[in-house]
Design a protein around this ligand. Structure first.
Ligand SMILES: CSC[C@H]1O[C@H](OP(=O)(O)O)[C@H](O)[C@@H]1O
Ligand SMILES: Nc1ncnc2[nH]cnc12
Length: 309
């Protein structure tokens, strides 16, 4: 097992199966109470020696469909390595004219259009009940930090990639894309972006007290534009490579400073301790198996020195 000095985890989405300019130190495949992560986790070192952990959300060979991504195992495995902040990348459709394919966005809100078939809580299947706060589904401090740093990195990259802020992302079930009617309805609801992956990742990170933010890279206009073709996978794939190259540049530019910001602690302060009052009063006869399972993600409360009662 790698040492617990990896503070930052990166989840790569479609088109982003590894990061560049990093030295691979070790590959780990932690078994969690929720199974194995989507891919072996690459522990990589930046030039300074700082370590980051990388998971390919759909597997290294893109063999996992969005509805069956083992998100609980992914988040639990990252937390078990010591990760406190997750930077997730995702290819998204744009529901707004001004978010042009090739642009980046950091959303602050989510509308859930998954169909209840994805396990979305670490507490599911246990006798412990918890209600995590999710009104702000992303870690706002992390988001605000990223808005500044990602914008700087995009300017340095020099390809006129615009960064959109304070956007709302629809997370749909898939694997099929939306109909034109759905796409237009999502615009009416206030959706700006659409993907199939941000949930349950964001919910699980919150339950594990890990800060989480998404860098969305627009690949297409989905299917709402009346005089345009509807989205196809071919169209998405055409924009993927350029987006992935930009995403790798952004990651390489910000990871060191992100690690330092996480060490200083402020960007993590919203999540730390957030589950303490989300866990309902615990049963004196709580099963040992439940305690052990939950200690894997929340040793603070379920470990030997657990605080919740
Ligand atoms: C290949 S288009 C649909 C697919 O792309 C996005 O994946 P990710 O979020 O992992 O980049 C989207 O969420 C869908 O899973
Ligand atoms: N139009 C779209 N709908 C859902 N997920 C996507 N990922 C990339 N483009 C998408």
């Amino acid at each position: 097992m790698a040492s617990r000095d990896v503070l930052i985890g990166v989840i790569g989405g479609t088109g982003l199966y590894h990061l560049d300019n990093l030295t691979l130190i070790q590959t780990v495949n932690p078994e969690t109470p929720w199974g194995s992560p989507s891919s072996p986790i690459a522990i990589c070192s930046l030039k300074s020696g700082t370590k980051v952990a990388f998971i390919a959300r759909h597997g290294r060979h893109h063999n996992i469909s969005p509805s069956v991504v083992p998100s609980r195992a992914n988040i639990a495995a990252l937390k078990s390595l010591g990760v406190r902040a997750i930077l997730a990348f995702s290819s998204v459709g744009s529901l707004r004219e001004e978010i042009v394919p090739g642009h980046f966005a950091i959303p602050t809100q989510i509308i859930d259009r998954t169909k209840g078939i994805r396990p979305a809580s670490f507490f599911e299947g246990t006798g412990v009940v918890a209600h995590a706060t999710f009104g702000e589904p992303f870690s706002i401090k992390l988001v605000r930090w990223l808005e500044v740093e990602v914008e700087k990195a995009l300017k340095a990259h020099g390809n006129n990639v615009v960064l959109h802020k304070d956007k709302c992302i629809i997370c749909m079930e898939g694997p099929q894309f939306s109909t034109r009617a759905e796409s237009m309805m999502y615009r009416g609801w206030g959706g700006d972006l659409i993907n199939m992956s941000v949930l349950p990742e964001a919910k699980l990170a919150r339950e594990a007290e890990v800060s989480y933010a998404l860098i969305a890279t627009a690949t297409d206009y989905d299917s709402w534009r009346p005089h345009s073709e509807v989205v196809t996978a071919t169209q998405v794939i055409q924009t993927l490579r350029a987006n992935a190259d930009t995403a790798k540049f952004v990651a390489a530019s910000i990871l060191e400073d992100l690690h330092i910001a996480a060490l200083q602690g402020d960007i993590l302060s919203e999540e730390r301790g957030s589950m303490k009052y989300s866990i309902m009063p615990r049963d004196a006869n709580e099963s040992e198996e439940d305690t052990k399972r939950l200690a894997f993600i929340l040793p603070e409360y379920f470990g030997p020195n657990g605080l919740a009662d």
